[in-house]
Design a protein around this ligand. Structure first.
Ligand SMILES: [Zn+2]
Length: 255
């Protein structure tokens, strides 16, 4: 806690003044641009790597950047993620949802272990909320990943995005740069797009192109950030060479 308190003391004399000015500026006319889902991992600091600021984005963080499928929303039993989607996309009319996964994700490493039935047994799930969370909400990612694994990671995968008609093809790590669990993390990231689109309250916006879903992926060890390009069918590093092409694709598909 000392680290936190010292940080707050420093903030009081450094960023506070500018932030209060920004709070005032966005108070009457907030225009957040995206709902950003990412992992709770302490190394993920999305405002820093996107250089975003007060009023720019809504954030939702959990273990493994998961968005539960709507089939789990039963009799008003819900998790925070769909509520956040409603607050962001309906109440605040935000038009972009971003799901951001990352390398060396502890939740994804654990999910990978769930291939072992004993590990994911009901008894074990009852003892561990984290295992229960992953078994319930990330099973679809694991199943998809296992299909990919059978083909030696080389076959194209099919994912659904905004609507059942808007499917896209993905090649996962075609250059074979990343570990097995990082490949799972990328599959998981793309699987969340379908889960987001499963909510009826978003349907109309998704069908009429008023709301768009994107996937990005952060490599913890190099600091490289990748955008999933539906045109190029893979995660493409965002850099000086690819920026213009990616922006063009985004404007064409999603403006
Ligand atoms: Zn993580």
């Amino acid at each position: 806690m000392d680290r936190i308190l010292r940080g707050i003391m420093k903030y009081r004399v450094t960023d506070r003044k500018t932030m209060v000015e920004q709070f005032v500026k966005v108070r009457d006319n907030p225009e957040p641009k995206a709902v950003f889902f990412t992992c709770m991992d302490s190394r993920m600091i999305p405002t820093r790597f996107t250089e975003t600021n007060v009023g720019d984005m809504f954030f939702v963080r959990n273990a493994g950047n998961l968005i539960p499928h709507s089939q789990h929303f039963i009799n008003e039993m819900t998790t925070t993620e769909p509520a956040a989607l409603e607050l962001g996309c309906i109440v605040n009319d935000i038009r972009h949802i971003i799901v951001c996964g990352h390398s060396d994700c502890k939740a994804m490493n654990l999910l990978h272990d769930l291939r072992n039935e004993e590990f994911s047994s009901v008894e074990n799930r009852r003892r561990s909320p984290l295992r229960a969370w992953l078994c319930t909400h990330a099973q679809s990612s694991l199943t998809k990943f296992q299909q990919l694994q059978k083909t030696g990671y080389s076959s194209p995968m099919l994912f659904q995005a905004e609507t059942p008609m808007r499917k896209f093809v993905a090649y996962i790590d075609p250059e074979n740069r990343f570990s097995v669990t990082d490949k799972l993390s990328q599959v998981n990231c793309l699987q969340q797009l379908q889960n987001i689109a499963s909510y009826g309250f978003l349907k109309q916006r998704l069908e009429t192109h008023q709301l768009h879903i994107h996937a990005i992926w952060f490599d913890i060890y190099t600091g490289d950030i990748f955008y999933f390009s539906r045109q190029q069918k893979r995660f493409v590093e965002i850099n000086e060479e690819t920026y213009n092409l990616l922006l063009k694709e985004i404007l064409r598909y999603y403006s």
